[in-house]
Design a protein around this ligand. Structure first.
Ligand SMILES: NC(=O)c1ccc[n+]([C@@H]2O[C@H](COP(=O)([O-])OP(=O)(O)OC[C@H]3O[C@@H](n4cnc5c(N)ncnc54)[C@H](O)[C@@H]3O)[C@@H](O)[C@H]2O)c1
Length: 244
């Protein structure tokens, strides 16, 4: 029996990269997984998978979150796991970032996970149990030139702690993962800069970039009952890059 047998999980950004790998791993481990994403075309691929249901969601919409929570509750009767994974990135320099850039980044990367907690944690609290895993970034902990992206991921870090404290008494756990550079469509552009890529690999103690499964395995641990006494905690998954 898988470690998520009988559980209902939501993975935002579940149609690509890290989120897609989580969807696959969680369903292999026995969960029914809702891959919630803004990319409808990619969701069609998710819908072909066993025990996976693709649902359209723009994480920056309060209304869409409310509807999603209601639909899932009605259809599946419960919500055990939420992974707030959907996000966008940018390497823009300080002088090039304007208010619209800032607000879009915060809307998706900051408000998205906030709204997920706002709409899903109360259901979990009613059940007396639930696990929320938020995906931040190593750039929330060290300066790496990602500027407003780092700021948005820093807000995820702080909010996760607040939510862990607030919902702990109701049996809802909230933990945060901090991926390093992971090979996904988000970092595809890096492959064009072979020298930079090699420098990054050489600067990483474990001498490689991360893979989506590196993050998915950690998310599985926090999602499952194996971590039942862990909340408000943080795990960096970056091959040791930020330990230096
Ligand atoms: N790849 C990395 O190196 C890396 C490093 C640190 C953190 N992260 C974080 O991990 C998460 C997943 O990244 P990835 O590399 O798999 O990226 P990705 O671009 O492959 O996937 C992101 C997914 O989020 C979805 N998405 C974007 N905006 C959305 C919205 N408004 N509503 C719903 N879905 C939306 C996209 O459609 C896509 O399916 C992100 O939060 C990212 O910031 C990634």
């Amino acid at each position: 029996m898988g470690s998520l047998a009988g559980k209902v999980a939501i993975v935002t950004g579940g149609a690509s990269g890290i989120g897609e790998k989580m969807v696959d791993l969680f369903s292999q481990e026995g969960a029914t997984v809702i891959a919630a994403d803004i990319n409808e075309e990619a969701l069609e691929r998710a819908n072909q998978k066993e025990n996976v249901v693709g649902m359209k969601l723009d994480v920056s919409s309060d209304e869409q979150w409310a509807q999603l929570a209601k639909d899932i509750k009605e259809r599946f009767g419960k919500i055990d796991i939420l992974v707030n994974n959907a996000g966008i990135s940018s390497e823009k320099g300080f002088k090039d970032i304007n208010i619209d850039d800032w607000q879009l980044m915060q809307k998706i990367n900051g408000f998205g996970p906030f709204a997920g907690i706002k709409h899903i944690a109360p259901y979990m609290a009613e059940q007396g149990k639930g696990s929320i895993v938020n995906i931040s970034s190593y750039t929330a902990q060290i300066g790496q030139g990602f500027n407003h992206y780092s700021a948005s991921k820093g807000s995820v870090r702080a909010m996760s702690k607040a939510a862990a404290v607030q919902f702990g008494k109701s049996g809802v756990r909230v933990n945060t993962l901090f991926p390093g550079i992971i090979e996904t469509p988000m970092t595809q552009a890096l492959t064009e800069y072979r020298d930079l890529l090699n420098q990054l690999i050489q600067a990483t103690p474990l001498q490689r970039l991360g893979k989506p499964e590196d993050i998915a395995e950690a998310a599985l641990f926090f999602a499952s009952d194996a971590s039942s006494y862990i909340t408000g905690s943080e795990l960096v998954i970056d091959g040791g890059f930020s330990a230096q």
